[in-house]
Structure formats: structure tokens, C-alpha cells
Design a protein around this ligand. Structure first.
Ligand code: R5P
Length: 310
């Protein structure tokens, strides 16, 4: 097995290699003057089981293109099998037609990855599970919930914890964590009663005196999260912490989170944290390296990956 990385998340790729006790494969991924991407694999990969680690995070299109070109280079270098390891799968929120004459970009990206020459995909907390079906090659969608649950157990008195979904769409994810922790579940229901009126946040469940844990797959602008936190505190919650797999944190999101009433935002390293994230007083990053490393190990050994979540 050999593990290679693009430029999106080298720290995570190195940590994965550390877990696997293999060196990170040598490859040059650089730009020509006109910003075209050039890739050169600097070691033999003929007949090898190759894993290319790359999150399609900001700048999404550059990182996506890097991954496609790396896969192409591997294929043309006679790799035996190529697995695209995509800790954060960008474009995932464009998984349906929101209106007439709009694309399904997540499907297009899946087609591009397959067409480039990937034989398998290994990813983490896809925005919607059915995106797995956009790929006609084997796709493993790992769950961060065991890592998040372990962190909660280390930091919270479970008797007072309430798991909360920040919107109705996230209930299945939140329920999975609540079940693991054997905690109660509440839901923030965001509703616009009439067009032009501002949204009303209704909390379903009694959160009075509870340490609320908001769970979601993505924090992007931070709007969903900070609004839900406000609503929970208004409804009597003692504290609000958020556990979110992918810290997209675009625009002024880090400032929004640091100036919010959130006790803490816990994200994973599926997207490489920026310096702003690293220095934020209430953002903490936990690693997915061992989970991804173990999944790579098992994929290579043709062992069960789903049993990682038993
Ligand atoms: C939406 O369906 C996702 O699960 C997240 O709730 C959303 O992407 C968060 O976005 P933002 O942080 O911009 O509110």
C-alpha cells in the first residue's frame, strides 16, 4: 500500500501515514505560471494499492482538479488499484435539483472522480448518504460519530447532556449520537411563518438546565449553528457546545463563532484548520487520522470497514 496527498490536507495525510507506519508517497503537485496544475509521482507505483488523500475543500476547484490529475497520473503509471480518500467531499450540498435548469453538481463530481480512474472512494460523513449512490464504484462513507462520542464522554457529565439537531434535516445524525451516548434528543425547528417575515426558531424538547450538544455535518457561515445556540440559551439551556465534522468556516464564520455564546465548537481535521481556526479561543480540532488510517488498512487487507462502527 502507498499513500499520497495533494495540497489540501497534508497534515492529515502525514498523520494517517504515521498511524499506518508508512512514509507519505513522494509526489510533486505544483502550478505552472498560468496556474495549471502539474503532478509528478516521484516513486514507482506499478502494481501498488494506492490511496490518494485529498479533501475538496477551499479552494474547492483547485483541490478537486489536483485530485483528478493525481489519479490520472497514478492510472497511467500502472497502479493496481486507486482509492480516492476524500475526508471532506465538497459540492455535496448540490445533491439535487433545487429548481428547474439547475445542475446536480455532486453527481458531476462523482463522475469526474470515476472517469479520472479511481477504483474506490473512501469518505467521511457525506452530507447526504445517498451521494454514495452517485458513484458506480465501491464507496465507503465513514462516520465521525464514534470519535465525537468519545470526546463527549471525556468532557461531559452525560447525565445533564441533551443532543440537539440544529435543523429538522439533521435529526438522523443527531439521533445516532444521542443513541451512542444514551442521551435525550431535541430539535431546533427553523420556520418562516410568512414570506418577508424573519425566521422563528422553535425548540422541540425541554432543554432547561441542560448542557446542549449541537451536532451537524458542516459548519460553513456559522449561521445555522449560532442561531440554534441563541435559541437554546433563550429556552433555558445551561450551555451550548457544537460537534461538527467538517469545519468549512468560510467568510466571517470564525469571527461569528468566537463572538457567539457557544461554549466550544469542536470540529475534525477533515479540512485543514486555518491559522484563524487554530487561534480561536472556542474552537477545538480533533483528529480523524486513526479512523481514516484504520479504514485504509482494512481496505488494503480486504477486511470489513463497517465493523469499525460496531
Ligand atoms: C445543511 O444542510 C448542513 O447540514 C449545515 O447545517 C449547513 O451547511 C451549515 O451552513 P451554515 O454554517 O452556513 O449555516
Amino acid at each position: 500500500m502507498k499513500v499520497f496527498a495533494g495540497n489540501s490536507n497534508r497534515l492529515l495525510a502525514e498523520a494517517i501515514c504515521n498511524y499506518l507506519n508508512v512514509p507519505l508517497g513522494r509526489a510533486t503537485v505544483r502550478r505552472f505560471a498560468d496556474q495549471e496544475i502539474f503532478v509528478e509521482i516521484q516513486e514507482n507505483v506499478r502494481g501498488e494499492d494506492i490511496f490518494v488523500v485529498q479533501s475538496t475543500s477551499f479552494p474547492t476547484n483547485d483541490h478537486l482538479m489536483e485530485m483528478l490529475i493525481m489519479i490520472d497520473a497514478m492510472r497511467r503509471s500502472s497502479a493496481r488499484r486507486i482509492t480516492a480518500v476524500i475526508p471532506y467531499f465538497g459540492y455535496a450540498r448540490q445533491d439535487r435539483k433545487p429548481g428547474p435548469r439547475t445542475p446536480i453538481s455532486a453527481k458531476l463530481v462523482a463522475n469526474l472522480i470515476t472517469e479520472a480512474g479511481a477504483d474506490r472512494v473512501l469518505t467521511l460523513d457525506l452530507h447526504a448518504g445517498q451521494i454514495q449512490g452517485f458513484f458506480d464504484i465501491p464507496t465507503d462513507n465513514l462516520y465521525a460519530v464514534p470519535i465525537l462520542a468519545r470526546d463527549v464522554k471525556e468532557n461531559y457529565n452525560l447525565e445533564n447532556v441533551m443532543v440537539v439537531s440544529p435543523d429538522v434535516g439533521g435529526v438522523v445524525r443527531a439521533r445516532a449520537l444521542a443513541k451512542r451516548l444514551d442521551c435525550q434528543l431535541a430539535i431546533v425547528d427553523k420556520r418562516r411563518e410568512r414570506a418577508g417575515e424573519s425566521e422563528v426558531m422553535n425548540v422541540i424538547g425541554d432543554v432547561t438546565g441542560k448542557d446542549c450538544l449541537l451536532i451537524d455535518d458542516i459548519v460553513d457561515s456559522g449561521g445555522t449553528l449560532c442561531n440554534a445556540a441563541e435559541a437554546l440559551l433563550k429556552n433555558g439551556a445551561t450551555s451550548v457546545t457544537a460537534y461538527i465534522t467538517h469545519g468549512v468556516l468560510s467568510g466571517g464564520a470564525v469571527a461569528r463563532v468566537t463572538s457567539s455564546k457557544l461554549k466550544e465548537l469542536v470540529i475534525t481535521d477533515s479540512i485543514q484548520p486555518t491559522t484563524a481556526v487554530q487561534s480561536a479561543h472556542n474552537i477545538r480540532v480533533i483528529s480523524t487520522a486513526n479512523l481514516l488510517g484504520e479504514a485504509i488498512n482494512r481496505t488494503s487487507a480486504e477486511e470489513s470497514v463497517s465493523s469499525l462502527f460496531d
